[in-house]
Ligand binder design. Structure first.
Ligand SMILES: C[S@@+](CC[C@H](N)C(=O)[O-])C[C@H]1O[C@@H](n2cnc3c(N)ncnc32)[C@H](O)[C@@H]1O
Length: 439
């Protein structure tokens, strides 16, 4: 196989980014814009040196997936657009869900049943936009995959309609004010993080420096949204900058998830799809048979806005949350702390349940090792990335039995899914042994 070569192959898998993948010449070839079951002609663009993997661009679909369709969004690549945020939009929703479940299964996760979900469009209550375009014609969008080009997301169909409306209004206001988008150390507006409770919108403007038009944007639009402002001067891609300042309206939202309200601030995490998150929380907080967990002591790792902490407190005598991000930790009434440090500090305590909802990278080796030593009776993990969950579960199975894995379609049109895994302590004496080895 050589770069530039045109190949034909049949695809049988889905990558984390939503590419169709298939075997050819001992390599796994990734083809963006194609899907499992399809036979395609593609041009080899890159061959990995570390892995038996190659990347190819789609030239023609020779045999199309039975559920292929014209994507409803005009900004999708199939319709000549530049946005790469919704790669699965070119197949029907049921087929998207089947592909995602099969991807999780291919990684060794015994996902049961079809993926549960809610609305296919307008579902996203939290949206991070990147500023692009130029002064006088500023756009808000997302990075085109693999580049730092910004694809305009005006009129986005998956964001909640209120978020789309406010994002488009911010782009218009910033353009009218001549705000330059940040690029390579120059410019002003970097990101806009928009969140909604279904009615109000809180928009956090992230700028590169103090000298900024952020207050002027907020003044123009204070009748349509609440605004906060954070300065993020570093050269990296981090969205969270310095402590946010309120510019207009109340700088928080009270968002009800599964009937329970929690308060989220300008830089705090909000489940992007609360309706489906509520289903996942119900699964997370019930045991493998669906009965609610209850007991004396529970830890809630990666607690975020505290939705799970509040619910656990209804059934446990003591619930201790752990959260690293200062704004969220303060709202939870705890000091910000890394999960690995927290678990290490709790060794020796008799814990009934640990709930963990880590970011995409998963728990990682230190937290997994800490949990094996802590050996709680039950462990319930919510994860948004099957590959990291599969890795964590592999490492946890010496101490815990995997009882059940469920999957939820939190972000239709994208390859993302939310997984809930239930484990219980394998050997009732394991904790004792772990404690002895600590002594
Ligand atoms: C996927 S969110 C889950 C939040 C919350 N459980 C919820 O459902 O809304 C992950 C959370 O973990 C926090 N976090 C990230 N890395 C962490 C770490 N190493 N230790 C503790 N918390 C961390 C983030 O700030 C974020 O609030």
């Amino acid at each position: 196989m050589q770069v530039g070569e045109v190949v034909e192959l049949t695809l049988d898998g889905l990558s984390a980014r939503g590419d169709g993948t298939g075997p050819l010449d001992g390599r796994e070839v990734h083809v963006a814009g194609a899907f499992p079951t399809e036979r395609v002609r593609a041009r080899v663009e890159a061959i990995s040196r570390q892995h038996a993997r190659a990347f190819a661009s789609l030239e023609a679909v020779l045999t199309a997936h039975a559920a292929r369709r014209e994507p409803p969004c005009p900004r999708h690549a199939v319709r000549g657009g530049a946005c790469t945020g919704c790669p699965l939009m070119a197949v029907e929703l049921d087929a998207q869900r089947a592909m995602k479940r099969e991807r999780a299964r291919a990684l060794g996760l015994p996902v049961e049943g079809a993926l549960a979900g809610a609305g296919a469009l307008g579902y996203r209550w939290s949206s991070k936009r990147v500023a692009g375009g130029r002064a006088g014609a500023l756009t808000l969008g997302s990075y085109v995959r693999g580049t730092h080009e910004v694809a305009d997301m005006r009129g986005c169909l998956v964001d909640h309609p209120r978020i789309t409306e406010v994002a488009d209004a911010i782009a218009d206001a910033a353009s009218a004010l001549g705000v330059p988008p940040y690029r390579e150390g120059r410019g002003d507006l970097r990101y806009v993080w928009l969140k909604t409770d279904g009615a109000r919108v809180l928009a956090t403007l992230v700028t590169a420096k103090e000298e900024s038009e952020a207050p002027a944007i907020a003044r123009r639009l204070e009748s349509v949204a609440a605004f906060a402002w954070s300065v993020q001067p570093s050269s990296g891609n981090a969205i969270r900058g310095d402590a946010p300042r309120a510019l207009a309206g109340e700088p928080w939202l009270d968002v009800a998830i599964g009937g329970r309200a929690s308060r989220v601030g300008p830089l705090g995490f909000l489940q992007p799809s609360p309706a489906v998150a509520a289903m996942a929380y119900d699964a997370l907080l019930g045991d493998a048979r669906g009965a609610p967990y209850a007991g004396r002591l529970a830890f809630d790792l990666y607690a975020g806005a505290g939705v799970t902490t509040a619910r656990l407190r209804e059934r446990f005598a003591e619930v201790v949350p752990c959260e690293a991000f200062p704004e969220s930790a303060a709202a939870l009434g705890v000091a910000p702390e890394d999960a690995a440090t927290f678990v290490a500090r709790q060794l020796g305590r008799e814990v009934d349940l640990v709930v963990a909802n880590p970011p995409r990278a998963g728990l990682g080796a230190d937290v997994v090792a800490g949990l094996a030593r802590l050996a709680p009776a039950h462990l319930a993990i919510m994860s948004c990335e099957p590959a990291s969950l599969a890795r964590d579960l592999d490492a946890l199975t010496a101490t815990f039995v995997l009882e059940r894995v469920q999957a939820f379609d939190t972000l239709p049109q994208t390859p993302h899914l939310e997984l809930v895994a239930h484990l219980s302590r394998r050997d009732p004496h394991a904790r004792l042994a772990a404690r002895r080895s600590d002594e």
